[in-house]
Design a protein around this ligand. Structure first.
Ligand code: HSE
Length: 337
């Protein structure tokens, strides 16, 4: 499979590291040989029709902060040219989320589909702004489109809902869907440390969004709720349909008092056909949503299965590469591989 990667931050590098680490596994177990033929970041691109040397590319990106310094690399805004001109089967669109207009990811995804290339993305912006359009465009163009990493990090929330629970009508999805705020709330309650200090740590760990106010103000969770509403509940929801309150006003003292009362404060997102909401809520200790650290947790309310909960790591480059790589294997299978 010939692959173009657009965006080479934590997640772009994470998937390349996974390709290197799991090359034998992918070939032996799945008959999949990923060949990365082009990578673009905000400063330039590296291209090799025969496949880039990934360890070398990763070293270059770490040292010079751009892949343009890879041998034969070029500087400039080259993404659309690469998508049009480089011979490839699939594009990973991994640029940061822009909730205003989904750009530049939206244009990258449209262009890749128009060029007949399959698309995998973690980017919430295009999904929030234009989910229906992209879903239809993929069908029209006969290309595969996957976005598992956009919700839940490593936790297979979308795949579980759309595939394994497909016999059920889902009446509600309720979840702790932001690893950064969960990490902050957990540290605040355990150590009484103020938010600002922990936010910096979350950034260093590669958990937080490029703009961490998206995490803190609940917008990242609201994006995930919008994606779930559209992709799983079949709604036609916009981000502005979600009532949002973030965690700015939560103090260490509040988290301590909650704990003394046998509760935890969690930033909870709810997707129901009559309600889309994100807000800090009290969750009893021992409840499936009472998870700590960077964990995410989701509970589905279902007509047949009644209730199913799932938990796991909701952020972090290595963990999220599980979903990105899972999408790639899924497409490989869908194509008969
Ligand atoms: N900033 C997000 C989080 C990354 O903390 O959950 C995963 O979507």
């Amino acid at each position: 499979m010939r692959i173009i990667i657009v965006g080479f931050g934590n997640l772009g590098r994470g998937i390349c590291k996974a390709f290197v680490e799991k090359a034998d596994f992918l070939r032996k177990v799945h008959g999949l040989v990923p060949k990365v033929v082009a990578v673009a970041d905000e400063f330039g691109a590296a291209v090799d029709e025969n496949g880039l040397d990934l360890p070398q590319l990763l070293k270059t990106a770490e040292s010079y902060k751009t892949v343009a310094r890879y041998r034969g690399g070029r500087r400039g805004k080259l993404v659309l040219d690469l998508i049009d001109e480089v011979s490839a089967d699939l594009v990973f669109e991994l640029t940061p989320t822009n909730i205003k207009n989904g750009e530049p990811g939206l244009t990258h995804i449209r262009r890749a589909m128009q060029a007949g290339k399959h698309v995998i993305t973690s980017n919430k912006g295009p999904l929030v702004v234009a989910f229906k359009e992209l879903d239809s465009l993929a069908r029209k163009q006969g290309v595969e489109f996957r976005y598992s990493a956009s919700v839940g990090g490593a936790v297979p929330v979308i795949g579980l809902a759309k595939k394994l629970l497909s016999a059920n009508e889902i009446s509600e999805i309720r979840g702790v869907l932001n690893g950064t705020t969960n990490y902050i709330l957990t540290r605040m309650s355990a150590e009484g440390v103020p938010q600002e200090i922990i936010i910096r740590e979350a950034q260093e760990l590669g958990l937080a969004e490029k703009d961490p106010t998206l995490d803190i103000d609940g917008i990242d969770t609201a994006c995930k709720i919008t994606i779930l509403a559209n992709a799983v509940l079949g709604m036609n929801a916009k981000l502005s349909d979600v009532k949002v309150v973030g965690i700015r006003r939560i103090t260490p003292e509040a988290t301590r008092l909650a704990q003394e009362a046998g509760q935890m404060i969690k930033l909870v997102g709810i997707a129901r056909r009559d309600l889309l909401e994100v807000a800090p809520k009290l969750v009893p200790l021992g409840h499936p949503l009472a998870v700590g650290g960077t964990l995410n947790a989701v509970t589905f309310k279902l007509d047949l299965a009644r209730e199913i909960s799932i938990t796991g790591f909701g952020a972090g480059p290595r963990e999220t590469s599980s979903s990105l790589l899972g999408d790639l294997i899924d497409i490989h299978r869908a194509l008969g591989g």
